[in-house]
Design a protein around this ligand. Structure first.
Ligand code: TYD
Length: 203
């Protein structure tokens, strides 16, 4: 049966690193897997991603939230729902929890407004499983600085990421059956083992 799995975490948490081998693990167990990401996943969504991540593109926080959900609407329609209908497994690098964490926690938008957008765009639809990679803001920062020039979100201050992390942890407490918290301060190997355990018990 198809499953929708999302990966979440603050920038530098390491989720994108784990996405690749996770897809291979599922494929080795006979699953047909679609790997995708947000914002993005479709041509329109990738165009919106470029605007959203561009450090020179200032925007109102509500514009940011609306564009995230616009990209998501398209992503659901063109990629996620058709793949699940075919019986595929879908692994998405971020989904709606990121909007609650970044636009709600980070930017301070009212959660009720995000609840409305969520309901509008996806009704009751939710991931079957969300892996939340939890790291301290300091470690996340070290990992981003090591990779590439900062995008519009990565350029934010540590206080911003502190609020994003708290919002993720709050959601994990609120939806404990869907969201698994992984201690991503450990070594990559240890994180991999934790993820493997969760996934294999879920397959
Ligand atoms: P990210 O997933 O970290 O990709 P990369 O590893 O290539 O930098 O980048 C996406 C950014 O978009 C990230 O900083 C979080 C942000 N984001 C939101 O603010 N709200 C959302 O709803 C989503 C999906 C992402």
């Amino acid at each position: 049966m198809s499953k929708f799995i999302t990966l979440e975490g603050i920038d530098g948490a390491g989720k994108s690193t784990h996405l690749g081998w996770l897809a291979s693990l599922l494929r080795s167990r006979g699953k047909s897997v679609v790997v995708t990401r947000e914002p993005g996943g479709t041509r329109l969504g990738e165009g919106l991603r470029e605007l959203l991540l561009d450090s020179d593109q200032a925007m109102h926080p509500e514009t940011e939230a609306l564009l995230m959900f616009a990209a998501r609407r398209e992503h659901l329609d063109k990629i996620i729902l058709p793949a699940l209908d075919r019986g595929d497994w879908v692994l998405s690098d971020r989904f709606t929890d990121a909007s609650f964490a970044y636009q709600g926690g980070g930017r301070g938008l009212a959660m009720e407004k995000l609840d409305k957008l969520e309901h509008w765009v996806q009704g009751e639809f939710q991931p079957d499983l969300t892996l939340y990679f939890d790291v301290t803001v300091e470690l996340g920062r070290q990992r981003i600085d090591a990779i590439k020039p900062a995008d519009r979100f990565e350029a934010e201050q540590d206080e911003f990421f502190g609020r994003v992390r708290n919002a993720y942890l709050e959601r994990a407490r609120r939806f404990p059956r869907r969201i698994s918290v992984i201690d991503a301060n450990q070594t990559l190997e240890e994180v991999k083992e934790s993820v493997e355990k969760i996934i294999l018990s879920f397959c």
